[in-house]
Design a protein. Structure first.
Length: 466
C-alpha cells in the first residue's frame, strides 16, 4: 500500500500502434521480423495489404499497397494468418501518395490516406462487388457519388485524457487501441471545426478539473458551430471558463451532465440546429434536428445522395412512398416536396415527432409512425397496411434491414432503394430480395467517408409486382 495516493510512474512509450489492443483478448506478442520480402497481392476490405509468406500463410500488412514489395515485422500471429507492418518499403506503388494528415499512422482514423483518391474509390467499388459475389450475385456497373477529399467532416467526437504527469491529450483513438492520440490538425474536418482544436486544447490546460471532461463533440451547421462537453459532474469555476470560451469563439455551448443518464444543458439560448437540402426543381428544405439525432457527417455528399435517390425513384403526385429508418426526414421531405404521399417510420418516438415538425415547417404532408423495424410482426403489419406503396426507401444502421428484406420477399413493393453504411449487411439483405425475384438495376458508392475504409452504398431494386 506504499504507493497509495501517490502518482504512478509514467508508463514506457508504446511501440507500433498495431501492437496495442489486439482483438479477441490476445496477449500482445513481441514483434518479429519476417526474413523474406513479401509482394502485396491486393487490398483486404479494411484497406490492409494482403500477401502470402513463403509457407503460404496469409499476411495482412498495414499501409501496404498492391504490387509493392515489402519487408515486414509481424506484430500478431494467429493460426490462419499473421498481422504485420512495414519495416522497409522495397518498391513503391504508383498509387501511393503522401498522406495529407501529419497524424497518419498514429491516429486510428482515415487509414487510406496513403492511397490516391481514385484508387480509394475503385477499391470500395471492388469491395462491394466482392461481397455480392460471395452471395452469388454479379453486379454490373457501379457508379460513384463524389465529394471533396478534405474539409468534409462536419461532426467529430474528441476524447480527452489527462496522463499521470498532468499532460492533456485531445484527439482520437489509435487503431485497435484505447490509447488517445493527441491531434493538432485534422484535414478532414470542416475548417470552422478545425480552427477550434487549438483553443480547446489551451482551454483544457486552464481548467481546474480537466479529468471531469469525458469527451467533446463538435458540430458545424450552416449558421453556427456547436461544442458539446461531456462533463462527469459539474464544476462551477470550470463552467465559467467554458462559457467565456464559447463567447470568445462565438460557438453554441452545451454540457452533458451526469454519468449514467446525462442531461443536456445549454449555456445560453439553445441554438437552432438545421440541415438544409437544395435539390433541382424544388424549393430549399430546412430540417431541424437536436444533438443525438442522426446526421450524416458529410453534408455535401448527403445532398448528392438524396438527389440520386430522387432521380432513381422520380416521385410524382399521387405516388405512395414508404421511408423506413426515416431519421429527421432526409428522404421523406424531398419525396413529399415532389408531390408523393410519404409515410415515414422510425423506431424512436422522438424522431417521429421531429419528422412531423419538419414536415410542418416546410408546409408538407408526411404521415409517420413509430415501429420496431427489427420485429417480424411489426414489419409484416406495416407492409400489409401499405401494400399499395409504389416505392420504399430503406436507410438502416450498420446492422442492416434483414427482417424488412425477408418480409419484402413475401410482400414485394415495386421499387426499393437501400442506403447502406455496411456493404456486408447490404449484400446479405440483398440476397433475400434477389432470390425473391428483385433485380438490381442501379448501384452507386458515395464518398461519405473518404480516406477511410468505410463506405456508403446506394442500391435500387425493382420487382415485377402483379
Amino acid at each position: 500500500m506504499a504507493m497509495l495516493g501517490k502518482k504512478r510512474p509514467p508508463r514506457p512509450a508504446s511501440g507500433h500502434s498495431g501492437l496495442a489492443g489486439t482483438p479477441g483478448g490476445k496477449t500482445r506478442p513481441t514483434a518479429t521480423d519476417d526474413a523474406s520480402p513479401l509482394v502485396i497481392e491486393r487490398l483486404a476490405h479494411d484497406g490492409r495489404g494482403v500477401a502470402h509468406s513463403a509457407n503460404g500463410k496469409t499476411v495482412f500488412v498495414d499501409q501496404a499497397l498492391p504490387g509493392e514489395q515489402v519487408e515486414v515485422a509481424v506484430h500478431l500471429t494467429r493460426k490462419r494468418f499473421d498481422e504485420a507492418h512495414i519495416k522497409s518499403l522495397l518498391t513503391t506503388s504508383d498509387q501511393r501518395v503522401t498522406p495529407p494528415c501529419p497524424h497518419f499512422g498514429h491516429c486510428g482514423g482515415c487509414g487510406l490516406q496513403h492511397l490516391n483518391v481514385d484508387a480509394q474509390r475503385a477499391h470500395k467499388r471492388e469491395v462491394v462487388r466482392d461481397l455480392f459475389s460471395r452471395q452469388g450475385i454479379t453486379l454490373g456497373e457501379i457508379g460513384s457519388i463524389q465529394g471533396d477529399d478534405q474539409g468534409y467532416r462536419r461532426r467529430a467526437r474528441l476524447g480527452v485524457k489527462v496522463d499521470s504527469q498532468g499532460n492533456i491529450r485531445l484527439g482520437f483513438r489509435a487503431a485497435h487501441s484505447h490509447r488517445l492520440v493527441d491531434i493538432e490538425r485534422c484535414p478532414v474536418l470542416v475548417d470552422s471545426l478545425q480552427q477550434l482544436l487549438t483553443p480547446l486544447r489551451e482551454l483544457l490546460k486552464r481548467l481546474e478539473a480537466p479529468r471531469l471532461v469525458g469527451h467533446i463533440e463538435l458540430l458545424a451547421t450552416a449558421t453556427t458551430q456547436v461544442v458539446l462537453v461531456r462533463q462527469l459532474k459539474e464544476h462551477l469555476q470550470d463552467a465559467e471558463r467554458w462559457q467565456a470560451f464559447a463567447q470568445h469563439q462565438q460557438v453554441a455551448l452545451g454540457t452533458w451532465l451526469g454519468r449514467e443518464t446525462p442531461v443536456l444543458h445549454w449555456h445560453g439560448a439553445p441554438p437552432a440546429l438545421e440541415e438544409s437540402l437544395t435539390l433541382e426543381g424544388q424549393p430549399p428544405l430546412s430540417l431541424s434536428f437536436a444533438p443525438g439525432d442522426f446526421l450524416q457527417v458529410n453534408g455535401q455528399v448527403n445532398q448528392q445522395m438524396v438527389g440520386q435517390v430522387m432521380q432513381w425513384l422520380t416521385p410524382k403526385t399521387g405516388q405512395k412512398m414508404l421511408d423506413l429508418f426515416a431519421g429527421i426526414g432526409n428522404f421523406s421531405l424531398p419525396m413529399a416536396a415532389a408531390g408523393a404521399e410519404v409515410h415515414a417510420v422510425e423506431g424512436n418516438p422522438a424522431m417521429v415527432a421531429r419528422i412531423a415538425i419538419n414536415a410542418q415547417r416546410n408546409q408538407l404532408m408526411v404521415s409517420g409512425q413509430q415501429a420496431d423495424l427489427s420485429d417480424v410482426a411489426s414489419v409484416n403489419e406495416l407492409l400489409i397496411a401499405h401494400r399499395d406503396s409504389d416505392a420504399l426507401v430503406l436507410d438502416p444502421p450498420r446492422t442492416g434491414g434483414e427482417v424488412i428484406c425477408q418480409s419484402l420477399a413475401r410482400r414485394p413493393v415495386p421499387k426499393v432503394v437501400y442506403i447502406s453504411c455496411d456493404p456486408a449487411t447490404l449484400a446479405r439483405d440483398a440476397a433475400h430480395l434477389v432470390h425473391a425475384g428483385y433485380r438490381i438495376t442501379q448501384v452507386a458508392v458515395a464518398d461519405m467517408f473518404l480516406h477511410t475504409a468505410h463506405m456508403e452504398t446506394l442500391m435500387l431494386f425493382e420487382a415485377d409486382v402483379g
